[in-house]
Ligand binder design. Structure first.
Ligand SMILES: N[C@@H](CCC(=O)N[C@@H](CS)C(=O)NCC(=O)O)C(=O)O
Length: 254
């Protein structure tokens, strides 16, 4: 991925998408694929994970990613508002179902994957624990310490994280199982939706794809991988492999 600097992108027209560079951050990856899937052009702006990002902050009021800035509209940072922006700018091919019942189902599933307290949030708490244990020199702990400050880490919260992840993964696997029984490969209805796209990206923070498909920094592969106590049903990984093959580009690009 080619990244522009904030100062070169902020006065441009159209869509600017600040994305975390160098790691498969699931929120950033998913935001990028939303617009790529819809063939909607954007300028990718580099955000440095767990850094101050002062230029990004001065421009958008945020230090993390993704941040979607369309024309002179307010910067959008939450996954939900970024999905809805993508749907507005490029209604076709749609990623949000037309029926309200299907929409409610899809956003419910995505909330469990991507919202505060959801799967990736919990995985990050557990990951901070793993990184802190692996780095003994406190001065080298900048990455996990910054993430801990930003995302509500406490050792109590981290201790509960694996259990919450197991529960959410079982729910997602159950949903895919029920869909398979009625002949669908997708989370909702019979078509690819944002829930399928988000699971493909968020699965990388549970069971990252192999090096040739997900060339992430080797030192992060362990922390990104859920421990054996977190049960991952095979249907979850079959689903994400199929979604990448059918609808999303590989290898991952960050
Ligand atoms: N605001 C996003 C979540 C953003 C988020 O957690 N981003 C992470 C991963 S892509 C990040 O930027 N981490 C590194 C950092 O905080 O610098 C949402 O709720 O949808």
């Amino acid at each position: 991925m080619d990244y522009a600097y904030v100062n070169d992108a902020k006065d441009q027209l159209g869509l600017r998408l600040a994305l975390t560079m160098g790691v498969p951050g699931p929120w950033s990856q998913a935001a990028k694929y939303l617009f790529q899937y819809k063939n909607y052009p954007f300028i990718a702006v580099g955000q440095k994970g767990a850094q101050e990002n002062p230029e990004l902050f001065a421009w958008t009021g945020h230090r993390n990613a993704p941040v979607a800035v369309y024309e002179d509209e307010m910067p959008r940072v939450g996954w939900y508002e970024i999905v809805m922006l993508a749907e507005r700018l490029a209604p076709e091919p749609r990623l949000v179902p037309a029926s309200s019942a299907a929409r409610a189902e899809m956003f419910g599933l995505m909330t469990e994957m991507a919202s505060e307290g959801g799967l990736a949030w919990q995985r990050r708490l557990a990951m901070i624990d793993v990184m802190r244990a692996a780095i003994t020199d406190p001065k080298a702990r900048q990455l996990p310490d910054t993430l801990a400050d930003r995302y509500g880490y406490s050792s109590d919260a981290a201790a509960r994280a694996n259990e919450v992840c197991t529960d959410i993964l079982a729910m997602l696997a159950g949903k895919l199982g029920a869909q398979a029984a009625r002949g669908s490969d997708y989370f909702v209805g019979d078509e690819f939706t944002a829930a399928d796209l988000y699971w493909a990206c968020f699965s990388q923070l549970v069971a990252p794809m192999a090096e040739d498909l997900n060339p992430m920094p080797e030192r992060l592969r362990g922390p990104y991988t859920a421990p054996d106590s977190v049960k991952i049903e095979p249907i979850l990984l079959r689903h994400r492999d199929t979604m990448y093959q059918r609808h999303l580009s590989l290898p991952l690009d960050f």
